[in-house]
Structure formats: C-alpha cells, structure tokens
Design a protein around this ligand. Structure first.
Ligand SMILES: Nc1nc2c(ncn2[C@@H]2O[C@H](COP(=O)(O)OP(=O)(O)OP(=O)(O)O)[C@@H](O)[C@H]2O)c(=O)[nH]1
Ligand SMILES: [Mg+2]
Ligand SMILES: [Zn+2]
Length: 328
C-alpha cells in the first residue's frame, strides 16, 4: 500500500467554523470538523493533515499547554495555547499593576512548564517603574522582569532573546496593558490596538481572539485577548512551585495540621511578624492554593464519574454479549 501523503501545519487561529493553520506553503484554512478529526485543538498545536482533504490524522504531542479553568461550576479546563516555550506576562505600570495578579499568571506558567518573563509596559507613564520591577522580582527566585515602552522598537529589542528561530512565545495579561502593541513592535504586524478607558484605566477588549504570528526574528508569537476571568486549572503543582518559600515555612509549624490561625508554634505567624513573609504573599498563596485544590477535587470527581460511566457501559456490553452467547 502507498504511504499516505501528509502535510504538517500549526494551528494559528480559530475563525468560527474554520481553523487557520500555517504550513510550509503558508497559511490556509480547514473546516473545524477536519482540523479536529483527531481531537480538540488549540492555537499552537501541530497537526498532521492528510494532503488531499486536509483532515487531521494526528495532533503531535504537546511540549507545553497553557490552560485555565473553564467558566462555570465544573472544573473543566480550557486550553489556551500549546507548544510555547515562553510566556510574556504583560502588566502595565499604571492602575493595572497588581502583584497578586502577576502571581496568578506565574502559577499558570509554572504549571504549564513554560518559562515566564514579566514585561512591565507603559514604563514611560510611570514615575518610578524601577520599584515595580523590584517588587515583581521578589515573586519568584530568578524571575526575569523587563520594563518597556511597548511602542519603542529599541526598548522592546531586549525581548528578542525569547523570539529567535524555533522559539514560541505567548502574551498574557489583562485588557489594555499593551499586548498587541508589543506584538506589533516585535514585528507581528497589523494587530488592532485600542485606547484604554479614561475613567478607570481599563482596556476595552480590543483583541477578541487568539492568533499566531511569525516574527522577523525567526520566532513565533501568540497574541491573546485580555483575560477577564483567569482561574487556575486543578490537579498540578504550579502553586507549590511558585510558593516554595511559603511551603517550607509551613513545614516548620509545630503541628502538621496547623491552620496558621493563632496555634502555638506556628511558623507562618512568626514569619509574618518578623517580616520574613509578606502578609500579601501569604494571602495570595492561600487563595491560589485553595482554588487549585478545589478545582483538582472536582476534576477528580469528574474522572470518577467518567470511570463509573465507562464501567457501566462495559457491563452492558458484557451482558449483551452474554445473552448472545446463550442463544448460540
Ligand atoms: N504610553 C504607552 N502607551 C502604551 C504602551 N503600550 C500600550 N500602550 C497603549 O495602550 C493602549 C492599549 O494597548 P493594546 O495593545 O491595545 O492593549 P492589549 O493588551 O492588546 O488590550 P486587549 O486587546 O484589549 O487585551 C493603546 O492605546 C496603546 O497605544 C506603552 O508602553 N506606553
Ligand atoms: Mg490586544
Ligand atoms: Zn502554622
């Protein structure tokens, strides 16, 4: 038999009933049912498509996957971007600047196995951007924090280190912080940008869908819409990786089930009182940790239900088979 002729292409955007993909011959579109014939896909996925009708026969194994908890009660996670090496966590040096929000994105990046780089935009509008850089650097040992005027090619050129051949980077951050501005300055070309609201400095959700772009530096960049609700998906280790310092303080508490709520020998209270542990950071840890645990629990419940459903089906099949065999 002749081996099937195939093309390899990378998912670059969703357009309603079609999925745009980048192949060697450039960008083309494939109906969703063909693109997803081998499973649900997200921007950044690599697909093996049949050459004749562009039906996906395989999704190549993802080397990383950024996801969040999907909206709604159940702890389903929603895929955001696949196969990126780096995530630029974009925050502006204005009212948007919020350490706990950056921490949330950091946990998400660590969970996905993606290198985080914090990019502080609108440095030109801030009196003391250096102090924000310093505060951000404290969030994780060795964390790289860069401040820029996202409109300045010269200032942004420092980011090209993560945008070279073979590298993929995703932009994450709230609306109006300058993600698309940064993408354009890095060479993504023609992405719409929009002025922020004057009254509260928030963005207007100018970018409405995720898209993948080739950069002149040889890398690939994925621009994202500003994330309104970002909840961590459950089940993995992002939070404990990010808060190693807090976790090791907790291990010093006298009681292993210490609630850090006034018990004797509580290392957490002592660390907060001595200034070793920042109260904000501890509160942020508690919040993200319980969120992740909650989502992991519901995920486990869902898997259990799924397991039961499958075993009920199997039992039904076995019963049918039994009846058939009896009739023989
Ligand atoms: N002064 C200054 N303005 C900036 C900078 N970065 C972005 N802006 C402006 O901020 C506004 C919002 O920028 P966008 O690039 O549209 O922001 P975004 O993060 O893509 O927003 P969404 O698509 O809504 O998520 C635009 O008016 C930009 O010109 C910067 O570093 N300095
Ligand atoms: Mg945008
Ligand atoms: Zn304690």
């Amino acid at each position: 038999m002749e081996p099937e002729s195939v093309v390899v292409a990378r998912v670059s955007a969703h357009h309603g009933s079609q999925v745009a993909v980048h192949g060697e011959a450039g960008e083309f579109r494939v109906p969703v049912q063909n693109a997803e014939a081998a499973g649900k896909v997200t921007v950044g996925d690599w697909l093996v498509l049949r050459a004749d009708d562009h039906r996906a026969i395989q999704i190549l194994e993802r080397k990383s996957l950024l996801s969040r908890k999907a909206a709604g009660e159940e702890a389903k996670s929603q895929m955001l971007v696949a196969n990126v090496d780096t995530v630029f966590i974009v925050s502006s040096c204005n009212e948007d600047f919020n350490l706990s929000r950056i921490e949330r994105y950091l946990a998400m990046a660590l969970q996905a196995g993606v290198t985080p780089v914090v990019v502080l935009t609108k440095a030109d509008l801030c009196d003391d951007p250096h102090s924000l850089v310093q505060k951000s650097q404290m969030l994780h040992p060795g964390l790289i924090v860069v401040m820029v005027d996202a409109r300045s090619a010269e200032q942004v050129s420092g980011l090209s280190e993560w945008c070279g051949p073979g590298q993929s980077v995703a932009l994450l951050g709230s609306s109006g912080v300058g993600k698309s501005t940064l993408a354009n300055t890095l060479g993504a070309n023609g992405l719409a940008t929009g002025a922020i609201r004057e009254d509260d400095g928030k963005g207007r959700h100018t970018t409405t869908s995720r898209s993948l772009h080739m950069l002149p530096t040889g890398g690939v960049l994925v621009d994202n819409p500003g994330v309104r609700e970002l909840q961590l998906p459950g089940g993995e280790e992002g939070v404990s990786d990010l808060f190693e310092d807090v976790v090791s303080i907790i291990e010093e508490c006298r009681f292993s089930d210490c609630k850090h709520d006034g018990e004797p020998g509580c290392a957490v209270r002592a660390a907060i009182e001595s200034g070793e542990l920042d109260e904000r950071r501890y509160a942020s840890y508690q919040k993200l940790q319980s969120e992740q645990a909650r989502n992991a629990a519901t995920l486990a419940q869902r898997r259990e239900r799924e397991r039961k459903r499958v075993s009920v089906q199997k039992a039904a099949v076995a019963r049918k088979r039994g009846r058939r065999d009896e009739g023989k």
